[in-house]
Design a binder for this molecule. Structure first.
Ligand SMILES: Nc1ncnc2c1ncn2[C@@H]1O[C@H](COP(=O)(O)OP(=O)(O)OP(=O)(O)O)[C@@H](O)[C@H]1O
Ligand SMILES: O=P(O)(O)OC[C@H]1O[C@](O)(CO)[C@@H](O)[C@@H]1O
Ligand SMILES: [Mg+2]
Length: 330
């Protein structure tokens, strides 16, 4: 019991797509809470597990040997029904029945909405940005992005060796349904000739493919031995694109979709360390009586925002960075 803390029992859940570093975050939440004299309960499978009362007393052993592991030891899920008020009320009741008066939600923007709804139900809630997509406007860093980019970059390096040997064009599709940050970073880090991201795609596929065909022929004329296109999932259609490009250019073209391997693997040092500090801050915010907050990282500092304000912020790929990425690929 901590008489000065606003909360006495903290629950932790992970929600949405898993992200490397989630384990480091939940470990830091638990260990900081214990250091502050606060009990910790784990909730399996995100909001879905919460509604099914999959709640347990977390013990120290649960947090051992997980900092280096990808994924989430709490498992994760998406739960459509949680968007309805009656299920949010039910979830708050379940939390109260376990004496959970503070909750840490680790997930992406969708999970933040859920956290906000639980805060409205009277459960003090703090969210941590756990997503490989980097698509959260209030923060320059999200847990898992660094690992995902490094994983994808290493895969692209390997494809590049094969692509160069065969003097082919390779289209490599990386994750990011609505956001092109992974594609942009991989494109720059791999020296890609073209980078396709949803933020700069107007939906006109014939126009996009014509531009790519022109770019491939131009570079071929300059003597380039391969052509690497990094395509974000949000633009997609990599296999069809490869076929049409090959037909139009006569350059053998292959598509590779990297898929969920980008979400796994041992987190980088950055993801472990940032996630650890963010997890600790979430606990200290709850202890101070804060609710409906999201933790972020900006200008070298860990900070927190009101969830509504955070979700209201707009995020776009930096135009200067995008232009330079294109120049460097020429
Ligand atoms: N408007 C909402 N109200 C209540 N809960 C929500 C809302 N939107 C999303 N959620 C809950 O959060 C869960 C995760 O949301 P979502 O699938 O958007 O993933 P995310 O947290 O954004 O992560 P990522 O995009 O990185 O996979 C949903 O399945 C749902 O349970
Ligand atoms: O296949 P799933 O698990 O539904 O998730 C895919 C989505 O999750 C993300 O990787 C974010 O975690 C998106 O980039 C992707 O579109
Ligand atoms: Mg999301």
């Amino acid at each position: 019991m901590n008489k000065t803390s606003a909360v006495q029992t903290i629950g932790i859940l992970t929600s949405g797509g898993d992200a490397p570093g989630m384990n480091a975050a939940l470990r830091a939440v638990a260990r900081t809470a214990w250091a502050r004299g606060i009990d910790v309960k784990g909730i399996y499978r995100g909001y879905s597990g919460l509604l099914n009362d999959e709640i347990f007393d977390m013990k120290k052993e649960f947090t051992c040997d997980i900092i280096s592991r990808g994924g989430t030891a709490l498992f994760t899920a998406r739960c459509e029904e949680f968007k309805q008020l009656e299920y949010q009320e039910k979830a708050a009741e379940i939390l109260r029945s376990h004496n959970i008066d503070g909750l840490v939600v680790i997930g992406g923007d969708g999970s933040f909405r859920g956290a906000q709804k639980l805060s409205a139900q009277g459960i003090n809630t703090v969210a941590l940005p756990g997503t490989i997509d980097l698509d959260i406007a209030c923060t320059e860093y999200t847990i898992g992005f660094d690992t995902a980019v490094n994983t994808a970059m290493q895969a692209i390096d390997k494809i590049r060796d094969s692509s160069t040997s065969h003097e082919r064009c390779s289209i490599i599709e990386v994750m990011g349904r609505n956001a092109g940050y992974i594609a942009l970073w991989c494109g720059v880090a791999s020296g890609a000739e073209d980078i396709l991201i949803p933020e700069r795609f107007d939906g006109n596929r014939p126009k996009l493919e014509n531009e790519l065909i022109e770019s491939i022929l131009e570079k071929k004329a300059l003597g380039k031995k391969h052509h690497l296109i990094i395509n974000a999932e949000g633009v997609g259609h990599s296999y069809g694109m490869a076929k049409r490009i090959e037909q139009a250019t006569g350059v053998e073209t292959r598509a590779s979709i990297l898929g969920h391997m980008q979400r796994g693997g041992n987190p980088t040092a950055k993801d472990r360390v940032y996630a650890s500090y963010m997890g600790a801050l979430a606990v200290d915010l709850l202890c101070s009586g804060a609710t409906n907050r999201v933790v972020g990282y900006r200008n070298g500092q860990y900070i927190d925002y009101d969830i509504e304000d955070a979700l209201g912020m707009a995020k776009d790929v930096d135009q200067y960075e995008f232009e330079i990425a294109q120049i460097l690929g020429r």
